[in-house]
Design a protein around this ligand. Structure first.
Ligand code: ZN
Length: 462
């Protein structure tokens, strides 16, 4: 997610002196915090005490059923889409959830306000835009209740790792820190309000690794967050060079996944545990890895089903789509929301002793990465297609060392001229040495698991 999202804002930011950039970034942070951590936020965090997950499965499910019935009744009463689609009686068992209709991204795209309670002031909502895992833009709206409740479980989980929100942290992400054309550090900015060193994931070229590490050491950060691929790049460099890592208590990654082997490299290099998390802007953080490497669904925040093509739960040991019913808000509810991500369900209880459902792996999140001619690895690029109008699906393919093709499946309202902004967005991250083209195609290939990969590398550059 961008700190600054409009082109005009970006130009003002780029031209501003460093002190003013810091003011601008903090102003945006303040806007977000008004949504996120406000009012009785401490009470919300306390409600997500991580020790709850050690309670018995029966106790957790009984609590979930009561919570679910409250959500269904309120959603039906307040929200037009659910008024049409939900039954008017409570469920008597959690398993009855699988009889309720699924919510698709397509449904939200058709009429986002049908998913918003009638009684909410639309101007007080937070409009969010994601490109989703398929690279198809999606706009949806969240109320403050939702944003606060998306944040609280994550802040609560930090405590189990000896960290606390408010302590200095470092974050690697695609947030806009500085123009691509910048070839000298700093590629980071300090956000006072979060006490966060926001680091650009896009400027991580080998010659700058030592600069990033020095910035991390000197900022006094005690934990790390963000793209795991960025942390992995630095970890590889630390192990090769012997350069000194910052003293971190934990790294909690999000937005994408890395393999267990890569995760072990990060833990070795930084000398601290790394936890991978799973979530999405629509539903907040949904699952955290435990010390055994499994992803535990945060059952206090949502019900996460893993379903087959018929929307029925898959058998243990099998892979299916993650479908989420979030308890975050009754004003902007997501009930049986199809995330498009795949998880493999564990067949047995996790040895860690937690009784919330666990997944052995999240599949379809490990995108291919693109390597730029100047040696940078670029992971998540899905947002570059956001400015495109009428894109049904898209895929960014690296077809040669210095050539990218953006493949687009056009919808009926496709506007070819809007692709210019897409190319420019891609250019900002991939640099001037990369040729960037686009083409329309009738369909995009799927993996054997049925997943569309948004970024693929079709040339071997390892
Ligand atoms: Zn576990």
């Amino acid at each position: 997610m961008k700190l600054l999202h409009l082109p005009a804002q970006q130009q003002i930011y780029d031209a501003a002196p460093r002190w003013l950039q810091r003011v601008l970034v903090n102003a945006e942070a303040a806007r977000r915090e008004w949504f996120r951590r406000h009012g009785d936020y401490r009470r919300l965090v306390a409600a997500h005490d991580p020790r709850w997950y050690y309670r018995s499965r029966d106790e957790q499910e009984a609590w979930q059923l009561a919570q679910l019935n409250r959500l269904l009744a309120e959603a039906r009463r307040r929200v037009p889409y659910y008024r049409r689609t939900l039954p008017d009686r409570p469920l008597s068992h959690l398993s009855e959830l699988s009889a309720l209709p699924l919510l698709s991204k397509e449904q939200i795209r058709r009429d986002p306000f049908a998913l918003v309670a009638d009684d909410l002031n639309r101007r007080a909502l937070w409009p969010r835009k994601t490109s989703g895992s398929t690279g198809t833009p999606l706009t949806f709206y969240l109320d403050r209740e939702a944003t606060r409740n998306h944040q609280a479980p994550a802040d609560a989980m930090l405590v189990a790792l000896g960290c606390r929100f408010g302590e200095p942290r470092a974050r690697f992400s695609g947030a806009y820190v500085t123009p691509y054309s910048r070839t000298q550090p700093p590629f980071w900015i300090w956000i006072d309000l979060y006490r966060q060193l926001q680091c650009s994931a896009y400027h991580l070229a080998p010659q700058f690794y030592p600069h990033y590490l020095r910035a991390l050491r000197e900022s006094g950060v005690v934990y790390g967050t963000g793209y795991p691929t960025s942390w992995h790049l630095l970890a590889t460099y630390i192990l090769e060079s012997g350069d000194q890592p910052p003293r971190l208590r934990a790294i909690i990654s999000d937005s994408e996944g890395i393999s267990r082997e890569q995760q072990a490299v990060v833990e070795q290099a930084f000398g601290c545990p790394m936890v991978q998390t799973y979530g999405a802007g629509e539903i907040g953080q949904m699952a955290w890895q435990c010390e055994h490497g499994r992803y535990h669904a945060l059952s206090r925040a949502a019900i996460a089903e893993v379903v087959d093509a018929n929307a029925q739960p898959v058998a243990p040991g099998e892979t299916g789509q993650i479908v989420v019913t979030s308890f975050a808000s009754t004003g902007t509810p997501f009930i049986r929301y199809q995330t498009g991500d795949l998880a493999m369900v564990a067949a047995d209880d996790c040895p860690c002793g937690r009784h919330n459902p666990s997944w052995l792996a999240i599949e379809g999140r490990i995108d291919d990465r693109i390597k730029t001619p100047d040696g940078r690895w670029i992971g998540r690029l899905s947002h570059v297609t956001k400015p495109g109008v009428g894109i049904k699906e898209s895929q960014i393919a690296q077809v040669a060392r210095d050539r990218i093709v953006i493949r687009v499946v056009p919808a009926s309202d496709f506007v070819p001229a809007s692709m210019q902004a897409v190319i420019e967005a891609a250019r900002r991250y991939l640099g001037p040495a990369m040729q960037i083209e686009w083409e329309t195609v009738e369909r995009l290939p799927r993996t054997s698991a049925g997943k569309l990969r948004h970024v693929v590398r079709e040339v071997d550059l390892e």
